[in-house]
Design a protein. Structure first.
Length: 538
């Protein structure tokens, strides 16, 4: 009996071992498959995904050593040595000097280092401010606080120690600059207006002397490094056309909007439009010119303000255009949405839109690009003959000098406008249809209007009618096309298009489709042709 019991127990034990081994192998195989899937998932993860999953203490090295590295270790060393520097410089201690660093390789020709700085100190700086009355005021600058990005460029790379020929440095981004002004022996606040004037002068001096794209070049090895210095590379022609649906900042009436445009935030280089009173859909049609120094990093900034008279203007909204997105020699017609802040993109409020027309003309493509605003177009035959006798280098230097104010160019010509058709117009009648027609006019010739025929009961009318305008000033006039619904006892306004003539002057002839402003839907299909007449100068 015990023999059979031993056999049964042995068989049961063996079966148990087999089952346990099988389950162990199955579980092990499952874990290996899950681990392989996890490894495959990790291989596809980005920096941002890893930061969401791992706590900061468990970041892998490829997340910690990203393109922007933290410099806490360097700050610890600065804290140790700074008391000794204080004794030499007689300044207070700097706190959290370096926040981070970014390394950028410049196509193998150089290395760019961008340092995030947070500087807080109290240096002993005394300025002698000379007034128009001849009185010199000793003004002390103290309690300086600065936050920004400092750019250092090691270029060109060489085979000789220290492996780079020159160092260029610049202030890449100035996020905050605060300081206190004090007249030695008195308070500057007791002198009306002088504190604000000195602060603006200091800010402008920083922007003009060291802010990017301005840079200081320090030669390390002998050589010619003039190519590293700041040089203008082109001209940006900007036409501020109009704005629409602006936020009303006034309690009584409507806002009185005007625009401020700039590439570099220096008062001498900012352009200010005229004020349009009591209008949330202003039409400026003003032309401005800007010197461009660095296309990849510079932006055109537009800020719309409400003129409050005695009080400081109130910002309605702002927008910007990256110059690297512009195609040289091509007229860009764009609408920009206005936001509250260009850096913090959290503004969901509708503040309106601004309409710009842009033309970027690089200096190295002057012979290939037709710039209707160019100085040469305003020359007489005698002036052109005299210019041809001079060297091209000298003439180009004169043309590119920002302080050389050129004369206004007046382009005359015949503008032929073909109103081809419209699409998807809104229904204005009870029948669900409209009886549309188009009224055409030039802003400077408001007494001369042309209109198409009425197309009955159609939301997609076809006119195919051509109208000619003799334009006396093509660069400063605009074309207005208004679409109306014809009724037996009146008419209903549908929408409009406002167009400048720069593009047709440059391209001579083109066709395009334009959305209707003020309408829920609808587009106008148009064809333009420009026939130039003799050019005059003002």
């Amino acid at each position: 009996m015990s023999f059979f019991l031993g056999i049964v127990l042995g068989i049961a034990f063996g079966l148990g071992l087999v089952i346990a081994f099988a389950r162990s192998e199955t579980s092990r195989s499952k874990r290996r498959r899950e681990l392989a899937a996890s490894v495959a998932s990790f291989s596809k993860m980005s920096f941002q995904d890893s930061r969401k999953i791992f706590p900061a203490a468990f970041y892998p090295s490829w997340v910690i050593f990203s393109h922007r590295q933290k410099l806490k270790w360097l700050n610890h060393e600065l804290i140790k040595i700074w008391p000794y520097v204080n004794e030499l410089t007689d300044t207070y201690m700097i706190m959290s000097f370096f926040i981070g660093v970014t390394i950028i390789e410049d196509d193998g020709c150089g290395i760019t280092v961008e340092l995030d700085l947070n500087w807080d100190g109290n240096p002993n700086i005394v300025l002698d401010i000379r007034t128009k009355l001849g009185v010199v005021l000793p003004v002390q600058v103290k309690d300086i606080s600065f936050t920004g990005v400092f750019r250092v460029i090691f270029k060109p790379l060489t085979e000789h120690f220290p492996c780079f020929g020159a160092v260029s440095y610049s202030l890449r981004d100035k996020k905050k600059l605060d300081f206190t002004l004090k007249v030695i022996g008195g308070e500057i606040s007791t002198i009306p207006g002088i504190s604000d004037a000195i602060e603006e002068t200091i800010h402008d001096a920083i922007e003009d002397s060291i802010s990017w794209p301005v840079r200081k070049v320090v030669p390390i090895l002998p050589g010619d490094y003039s190519d590293l210095e700041l040089r203008p590379v082109g001209i940006l022609e900007v036409k501020l056309v109009q704005a629409r649906n602006l936020t009303n900042k006034d309690i009584i009436g409507k806002s009185d909007p005007f625009a401020v445009l700039y590439i570099r935030p220096i008062r001498a280089r900012m352009k200010i439009s005229k004020v349009i009173s009591n209008d949330l859909n202003p039409i400026w049609n003003e032309h401005f010119e800007f010197v461009v120094e660095d296309v990849p990093t510079q932006n055109l900034v537009v800020k719309i303000y409400d003129d409050d008279g005695v009080r400081p203007p109130e910002l309605i909204g702002c927008a910007r255009v990256r110059l690297k997105d512009l195609q040289p020699g091509k007229v860009e017609d764009i609408w920009l949405k206005l936001v509250k802040d260009l850096e913090v993109q959290r503004d969901k409020k509708d503040r309106g839109q601004v309409h710009l027309e842009l033309l970027y003309c690089p200096y190295d493509m002057e012979d290939e690009i037709v710039n209707p605003f160019a100085h040469q177009l305003s020359m007489t035959s005698l002036e052109k003959a005299l210019k041809s006798g001079k060297s091209r280098t000298k003439a180009s230097h004169i043309h590119r000098t920002p302080t050389n104010r050129k004369r206004d160019v007046i382009l005359r010509g015949v503008l032929s406008v073909t109103v081809i058709s419209a699409n998807n117009l809104p229904a204005m009648d009870m029948s669900g249809k409209s009886d549309p027609y188009v009224v055409l006019s030039m802003k400077k010739m408001s007494t001369i209007n042309n209109r198409t025929r009425v197309v009955n009961e159609s939301l997609n009318p076809i006119w195919d009618q051509t109208f000619d305008f003799v334009v006396e000033d093509g660069l400063h006039d605009i074309l207005i096309l208004e679409v109306w619904d014809h009724d037996t006892f009146g008419k209903d306004y549908i929408g409009r298009c406002i167009l400048t003539l720069t593009k047709v002057i440059v391209e001579k002839e083109y066709s395009d489709s334009f959305p209707l402003e003020g309408a829920k839907s609808g587009r106008l299909n148009l064809h333009f042709k420009w026939t130039p007449l003799p050019i005059y100068r003002a």
